[in-house]
Structure formats: structure tokens, C-alpha cells
Ligand binder design. Sequence first.
Ligand code: B3K
Ligand code: ZN
Length: 863
Amino acid sequence: MRTDTPQPIRLTDYSPFPFAIETTRLVFELHPSATRVRAELAVRRIGAAGEALTLNGERLKLMSVAIDGQALSANQYVADAEHLTVHEVPDQFVLTTEVEIDPLANKALTGLYMSGGRFCTQCEAEGFRTITYFPDRPDVLSRFSVRIEADGGLPHLLSNGNLVDQGALEGSRHFAEWVDPFPKPSYLFALVAGDLDVVTDSFVTMSGREVALKIFVDPGQASRATYALDSLKRAMKWDEEAFGREYDLDLFMIVAVRDFNFGAMENKGLNIFNSSLLLADPQTATDADYERIEAVVAHEYFHNWTGNRITCRDWFQLCLKEGFTVFRDQSFSADMRGAAVQRIKDVRVLRARQFAEDAGPLAHPVRPSSYLKIDNFYTATIYEKGSEIIRMLKTLLGAEAFRKGCDLYFERHDGQATTVEAFIACFAEASGRDLSNFFAWYEQAGTPTVTIASDYDADAQVLTLDLRQSTAPTPGQPAKKALPIPIAIGLLSLDGEALRDTEVVVLDQDAMTVRWEGVSKPPVLSALRNFSAPVNLKTDARPSDRYVLLASDTDLFNRWEAGQTLARDLILARAVGKPDEVGEERYAEGLGRALVDDASEPAFKALLLALPSEPDLALISEPTDPQALHDARDALRTRIAVHLGDLLRRLFGEMQNEGEFSPDAQAAGRRALGAACADMLSADPHADNLARLTGRYEAARNMTDMISGLNALISVGGATRDSAVAHFHQAWRNEPLVMDKWFAAQARDPNPDALDRVIGLTQNADFEPTNPNRLRALVSTFAHFNPARFHDPSGAGYRFLADQILSVDAFNPMTAARLIEPLGAWRRYKPELGALMRQELERIAAHPDLSKNVLELVTKSLA
Ligand code: B3K
Ligand code: ZN
């Protein structure tokens, strides 16, 4: 284990930077392995006299330092591995530094690097310091102007803001000059240089300004950018209508790159996207891809106000921009695609990722108070739970007061780097409400459990609800306080009529009682409607109540939830050797009735038909036995497939989309229902079902149908699987984004030989560990979504993951760290598995030169 323990950064240590950087002039002379960067910073002291100037800088070859044009000699500054310090500086001066960097050797994909022969950058959170010396922190806002000089083979030279000049230079080189009029922190800086095709359009803003829109993609890929462009225009319009936010530059650009550590980045005026979240056509992208492209294009665009115009004072405030922006993109998607279906999908992600995080060793508050590497805090908690907090705020205040609070925030803090406290203060002020107890949602980690017990007095027609909350301890937070939890509750009668409309009860103590009079019939409780708070709900509802909700609740979220809860209980009972066969038949029948309900949409039915996932089941059964859960879930799938065979085959046939492909929500919903039926039918693989599945795969004319067919055929195993896998490879081997899907589909293979096959795939000629998409497609998909095979009793699955983490950490720490989480849950697994998981974490921890990123997460996972 390494001995030089890195020191954590703490929220309480915040102090402002003692200098303002009024302007930043950057000159790039681009060369793949030796790029020169000259930076001229106009510096003005704003802190105490005599304080030294300390800039961040890592992996930089320092060529020269000058103050007001006078070169400094080596004894006038100190440059160590992480900083450049000049002890004696005037109160106002221009600092010029020149450094050399090697983008070609940069496989960490932060800072300036090369992807597919082009230069690109990723600076958030701390990549700028590997480009030049700078106060690389979000509260130092500066006006940037950028000159890029490069070879003529890189025709497009892009940076933030507006293009003000371009031209030819000596030899075959040329240049471009960019000026960004909006002061910004260094993490929003971007540069791209390369041979790209461009798709152009324009948007007229609400005040009548015309904005040029440009999407840059690999040569030949332009037709695949049209959906992203369409999404962008809809997002721009929506932000004007829903939040009154208008775009501010004359130009908005997006560039797609293949090698990217995560989804996309909101750099001012120049968003950079992972190509998997930008490029789509019916042949190569699934409906899920279209949906994510729409959401992420919107998300990054929305950051222009929530993130860029108003940014974070320090990285502890990350949720200020991320939680709010996720809430904004979820609201946009709800308007584009239907609120109920969107809410169900968002909650599924929240539970699978954030609830899992909150229940494990990496649990942390939405606003954490310390970290080693900020890269590790781009988590589901900051993003997804951060969004839930904003949603609760809106529920508590009402839409109108919420909007007033947003308006005040935009007006008051425009151009600033601010805090979560300042944000909440705007809502308190705009609504006249005391929000002091609400802040605990940001500071307390862990998922609360809410328990509701109900007592109905038929004679008095009174319903009494006893509500309680509790939150289990999380690392560093042994005692928890009560949070203000908005719980939306409605009542139905036993025959499914509405008995009482939704009312939001705010549970803000450990326990409270609610008494409702005039309840004329025995009620069925529909609680936590639309998932009004990020909590686990326990009620005393009987299965018969859940069937009432499944059939009739007007709240579609709770209708879906009732079905999930019924299925979950049946699977858990079977997994501990107590199958409820009568209950399973009853469930299949209830599901069958819901599937023929003409009033509900196919997209909703597809969600009803999907059983709770294995990772979700793992989270609620302790100690977890992944194999038992897998077998129990499979048994229920088979029972449904047999019991509802005719109905599933009929729906599967009816959902075939004839005619031209449309990515819209309705057509996608039909395909989703077809895929859900295919998944169920593959659990009963007799000749007739198999013929239908194979026939669908062979006839598929779009990637959605093709992938659902491939998944179903893979799950059947044997020769059926092998020939589908070979056929798919043959058809798509030249399409990187589709090959990612090929790897991911095999990583999800539920058959017993899957582990060996997945390990074998790392030797496949198409496996490129330096490409994060490809790596995640195989390794992360396997570890997260194939629990029965990952948790092989031999420990070989864990060993495989640990080997991958160690080898990737040597060149891309950020991506390596993101692979640790599946091992971190070791305490929740049955002891013989937990011990093997722990053993692999210890092996990683013992490695002599781990990155800070991996070290932090491994140490926390073992603690
Ligand atoms: N702000 C970026 C995430 C940056 C992650 C850096 N490790 C994308 C987004 O959330 O929109
Ligand atoms: Zn974001």
C-alpha cells in the first residue's frame, strides 16, 4: 500500500482566491506530441498584500515565466509537481507562462488529448491544470480569448465564444481566434481541432436574435446528427417557455468524439459529446439511444444557465448545477415523452444507482463535506438525488412559487460562482416560506424509510394514518435527524374508484398522525404518488390492495409500483425457498388484465411487464444471494411466459411497427412493448416462441428490434446464441457504436458459461480498453447487470473486474475508479461471496502505484 496518504479537501477550508484574473489570453501551437501553450493572465490582487500567487499545474513542461514581459529567473518562482508559486508579485500585472504538453500520450482523457486524429479537451473538474498554469477552481472567472495554430490537415479550429478571425500561416499551417465575452471558470474552457463534417441550422431566440447552430461529427456521419440538432432546438425553445432562459451567444456548437470518459460536457458555446450520445439513425441507434440523446443534449444546453452563467463557488456545490440541471432535463423529457412513463424511468435509475450508493460504503450527502478526488463525486447522489431535492422543493412550494424562486436566483446570481445556501435562500424569499429544515436534505446521506400504518373506523368514517421515518447510519453520520418529506397520498375504494384526491402530507418529524374524516368506504391507500420523495416506503397494504392499485390507480406511477411490489415479494419469497405458487398465478393474471387495458399506452405496459431487475432485488435482500435471486426471478418469468403465452405472442405480433421508422415516443413505446414481450417469451423457449424470436431478429429493420432480438436469442443460449452473435458481428463490425452494443449484449448473457466468454472477449480484436465506451460495454455491463455470473462462487468474476481496474488505472484513473462500485457492496452479500469480494479490494489497495481516484474509493469501500 502506498505510504504518502493524500490529504482530503474540506468544505470548511474554503477561502477565496486572493487574485482576480481579469483576462486570459491563450495561444496554442498544436502538435500531437509537443503542443506549446502560452498563457497571458491579467492579474489583480484582491486579497491581502504580500500574499504569493499560487497556480495549479500538473504534467506541464515549463518553458518560461514572465511578469510584465520580464522573464523570471529560476530562483524567482517554485514549480513542483502540482503548482507554480511566485512569492513576490505586484498588485497588478500580466503573468506570461509558456509550457509544452503531449496530447498524443494523454490516455487519461482529461486536459488536451487526441481522439481519432483530432485534438479535443475535457477540463471539468480539474483538467485545465494539465493544459497550462492557472487558478483551476470554479470561483475564478475570467474573460478568455484564444488563438489556435495548427496544421492545415485540421481544418476546423474551435474554442468557446465567437470566432473573430482566421487565416493562413507559413507552411501549411493556419489559425483561428476566438473571444468569449462571458467570464467563465477554467473548467468550461474547450478546444477542438480536426477534420470534421458540420451540420448547420439556426434558432431565433424569444427576443428575436438569430443563433447559428453547428454540430461537428466524423467525416461521413452528418446524417446521424439530425436528431441531436432537432433535440437542441426543442430544448432551446423549452427553456425559454419553462424557465424564461434565453441563449446568449451568436453561436452554439457541439462536437462528437469517440473517446470520452463520460457522457458530455457543457463547455461555454462548445459542448463536447461522447459520440454515443449524439449520433443516431434507425439502423444503428436504439430508442433508448434516441431518448438519451434528447435528454443529454438538453441537459448540456440547460447548463448554459444552470452551471455556466451561474456556476459553483467550489466543487462541494456541484449539485447546485448538476441536481438542478438533471431536474430541468427530466422535466423537459416529461414534456416531450409523457410524464408518467418518464417518472417511472427516472425512479428506476434513481433506485438502481442512487439508492444502491446510499446503502453502501460510498454513501455521501448531496453536498459532501470532504473529498480526495473531485472526479469521484460525479455520482448518482449528486445528480439524481440532487434532482429529487429540487423536485421536492417544487412540490412543497407549488409550481408558481417555485418559478418565482428560479427567476430570483437567475437574476440575483447571474455572473457569479455561488452556493447551495444562496440558491435555497432565493426560494425562501420568493415564497415567504421558512426553508431552514429543508437544507438537511443536502447534508444528510442515506435513504429514509417511511412507514405508514393505517386504521379505518367504518362507523366514524375516519381514516387514521400513522407515519414514521428513520434513516440508517451512513459512513461518518451515525445519528440521523428527521427530514421534511412530502408524501403525496390519495385514496381508492376497494373497487377502484377515487375516494379522495391527492394531498401532500409533509412528514417532518420522526412520527406523526394524520386523521381524515368523511372517508365513506374502506379505503385503499395510494401513498407516495408519483414518487413524491426519494425514500423507501413500507405500508401495511395487503396484496389485494395492490391489485386494486395495479388495476385502477389514477396515479400511473403507483399503478406500476403496485405491480413491481407484488412481483418483488413473490421473487424474494421464492429466493428463500418459500415459493407462493398461487400468488404467482394470481400475479400473472393481474398482469394480463393490465396488459389488455385499452386505456393505457404501450410504453407504460412495457414498464409494467418488466420484472424488478436483479440489481434492484439485490438491494432489498440481505444477505444477497445473486444466484438464488436470478433463479427465482427466472422462475417467475417462465410462469408468466407460460401463463400469458397467447397474450404475449399476440402483443408481440401487434407491436410490429410497419412503415417508416419514427423515433417519437409513441412508436418507441410500441417497440418497447414488443421487446418486453420478447424478453418474457424467451423464458419459455419452445419451438414456436423460438421461431418467432428468431424471425423477429432476422426481419428487424431498426437497431431497437435487432438488439431486443439479439438479447432474447443470447439468453436462450447454445447454438441459437452463437449464430446470432456471429451474424451480428459480421453485419456491424465496422460500426464502433454498434459494436459497443455487441459487447454489452454478451456481457448480459445469463447462461452459465457467460463469465468465461466475457473474459475471452477481452482478447477479441475489437476490444479496446483505452476507449471508455468499449471498456464499459463489456466490463461495467457485466459487473452491474449480470449479477448471477459476476458473483460466480469461485470469485473469478471479481478477479476479472479487479484485473481490469488495475490495468485501466495505469492510464485512465477516472474511468478505472468508476468500475469499483460493484465490489464495494461486499458487506451486503452472503459471507462466502463477501469475503472473496473483499479480497479483491485488498489486492487493489495493495498495488504500489494506484491513482488517487482508485485509492480513495477502494479505501472507503474497505473501511
Ligand atoms: N458536467 C459534466 C460532467 C463532468 C464530469 C467530470 N468528471 C457533464 C454534465 O453533467 O453535464
Ligand atoms: Zn450536468
